[in-house]
Every structure is written in structure tokens, then in C-alpha cells.
Design a protein around this ligand. Structure first.
Ligand SMILES: [Cu+2]
Length: 318
């Protein structure tokens, strides 16, 4: 019986680590939706397996093998709080969260729209917490509910809202990062008069910074959250000035003790930093050596990770 119990325990553990997760539920008006009510049913609704190829259409909403675009459209007020719920498990991988929105072209019902083109702006993030190389922690790890606000400046209209958790536990080789994705269909009401941006495309936006990274050794000293600057820019609203020019400054040094700071100052007549300026910033950041080397033998990593295939891996305390 003892051997049997051990076997059951092992099987349970194996099921847990391979279960993965999806985002079937949306929260609007404080009410949890049913599964895939407002969220488009994703390819992995049964397998829960992640997207690992950033160049595929599935990096957008992960719906390529689903017929039609399931889901109703939720009415949400600008400035209100909405959310996504993961299932069947919490987001048990270490990783970062981004939330994007994209407005359907006028005259197009969002339920019939694929979200292609330079249309996505980033409104929310849960980045890692770093302390200069001693530790890196991921606040989204273990979360089940991700709440965020629809910016009050968002114009009224129909939108897709895209959530992703980028799991980074096996991200030290190209194609190792795991994207857990869902897109909800919403109609924003009582909107503002903002001009969302910068606008990016999926696929297209993601390459390596913040995605190809070894989070275990050496412990990163800084981290580039994938994606364009948040809209509206956060934490620096007092620094936004009407200067008539658009400048993008960034500071990124190997000795920085906190995450990379990107300061965006934009004029009231400019909708967004130019893409070339953004690209320059990203190139500069990439040159900081964020993609750490592979672990060395005898390193100080607290985990040993075993990759069985692209969908199954586990990291255990060394
Ligand atoms: Cu996994």
C-alpha cells in the first residue's frame, strides 16, 4: 500500500506540472463570466498548452483552429475595473503579465474582427521585482485573478482586450518562453478622448528582450518588459510636458539596481513616440546584455530545470 500511495502521489504531481492554464473567464461589473462567454475560446481550451512561437498568428489571440469567433461582447465603462481569471489552475509559472487593447475598425463588429495590423496598445503590466542581482521574483506567479482598469481616456467603441502571461522558467533558449493568452470582446462605454498608442502588431512586436532570458543564473539585474510603453504612461504623468517635440530617453546600465526606466515625454500634438525612436531604445536596452549566458556548472541557481519537450518541463529546488 505504501508503494501504491507513492505512485498516486507521483501521478498527481505529474498532472499538476503538466496541466498548464488558460483564461476562460472575464470579470465585468464585479461578476465572473462563464467560461468562454466573452473570451474567445483558444486552441488550447482542452490541452492548456502555451504558444511558444512569437512569429505565428496564434501569438495574438491563439484562436487559429477555432471555428468562427465564439463569445459575446461585454459592455464595460471606461475607467472601470475588469479582469481575467485563469483556469483550471493558478498561473503557477514564474512570468510577467501584459494586458493590451485594440479597437475594431469603425463599421466592423469586434466579434468579426481578427485584431490584425498595428492596432494594439498596452494598458497594464505585472513585471518582475528585482533588487540588483540578488533576487528576482514574479508577483504574477500563483495568481488566479488579474484585475486592471480600462483607462478612462479610452474612446468609446468596440475592442479586443488581450491578456498574456509570459512564463519564463525555460526561457533561456529561443522559443522556450511560454505564452498563455486570451482575448475578450468588449464595448467600451462612457469613453474619453484619448489617443491610444504606441500601436503594435501581433505577430511582429515580440522578439527577444524580456522573452529570451535566463531568470536563474546569473540572476538578472534588470528586466525589459516586452511590449511598447504603457498607455496612458504611468507613474510619470507629471513629467509629460507640452514641448512640441517627441523625445524618448532611456537609462540602462549593467549596474542599475532597479528595472530599466523608460521616460517618454510627448507633446500634446504627437500621438506616440516614433517607431524608430522606440526601436532605438529597444536596441540600446538589448545591448545591455539582458539575455544572460547559460548556467555554468557549480552555479548558484536554486533550481534544476528538466525540459522534456516544449510543453513539459519542471524546475525543482536543487
Ligand atoms: Cu508550463
Amino acid at each position: 500500500m505504501k508503494a501504491f500511495s507513492a505512485l498516486v502521489a507521483l501521478a498527481t504531481f505529474a498532472a499538476k506540472v503538466s496541466a498548464h492554464y488558460v483564461f476562460p473567464q472575464f470579470i465585468v461589473g464585479g461578476v465572473d463570466s462563464s467560461d468562454w462567454e466573452y473570451n474567445r475560446q483558444t486552441n488550447n481550451y482542452l490541452s492548456n498548452n502555451p504558444v511558444t512561437d512569437v512569429t505565428t498568428e496564434d501569438i495574438r489571440c491563439y484562436t487559429s483552429t477555432q471555428s468562427g469567433t465564439a463569445g459575446a461582447t461585454a459592455s464595460v465603462a471606461a475607467g472601470s475595473t475588469v479582469g481575467f481569471i485563469s483556469g483550471p489552475t493558478d498561473m503557477y509559472h514564474p512570468g510577467v503579465v501584459n494586458v493590451y487593447m485594440a479597437q475594431a475598425p469603425s463599421g466592423t463588429d469586434v466579434a468579426d474582427w481578427d485584431g490584425s495590423g498595428d492596432v494594439w496598445f498596452r494598458i497594464f503590466q505585472i513585471p518582475p521585482v528585482l533588487d540588483g542581482g540578488s533576487t528576482i521574483t514574479f508577483p504574477s506567479e500563483g495568481m488566479t485573478i488579474v484585475n486592471f482598469e480600462i483607462p478612462s481616456e479610452t474612446p468609446s467603441g468596440q475592442y479586443l482586450i488581450r491578456i498574456e502571461q509570459i512564463a519564463l522558467h525555460v526561457a533561456s533558449t529561443y522559443g522556450g518562453a511560454q505564452f498563455y493568452i486570451a482575448c475578450a470582446q468588449v464595448e467600451v462605454t462612457n469613453g474619453g478622448s484619448g489617443t491610444p498608442g504606441p500601436l503594435v502588431a501581433f505577430p511582429g512586436e515580440y522578439t527577444e528582450p524580456g522573452i529570451l532570458i535566463n531568470i536563474y543564473y546569473p540572476i538578472p539585474t534588470n528586466y525589459t518588459q516586452p511590449g511598447p510603453p504603457l498607455w496612458p504612461s504611468t507613474g510619470g504623468s507629471s513629467t509629460v510636458e507640452s514641448t512640441g517635440t517627441t523625445t524618448v530617453k532611456s537609462t540602462s546600465t549593467a549596474t542599475s539596481s532597479k528595472e530599466t526606466t523608460t521616460i517618454v515625454t510627448t507633446s500634446v500634438t504627437s500621438t506616440a513616440p516614433s517607431s524608430s525612436a522606440t526601436a532605438a531604445v529597444e536596441n540600446t536596452l538589448n545591448a545591455a546584455g539582458r539575455d544572460g549566458p547559460e548556467p555554468q556548472s557549480g552555479d548558484a541557481s536554486p533550481f534544476v530545470c528538466t525540459v522534456s519537450n516544449e510543453y513539459y518541463s519542471q524546475c525543482l529546488p536543487a
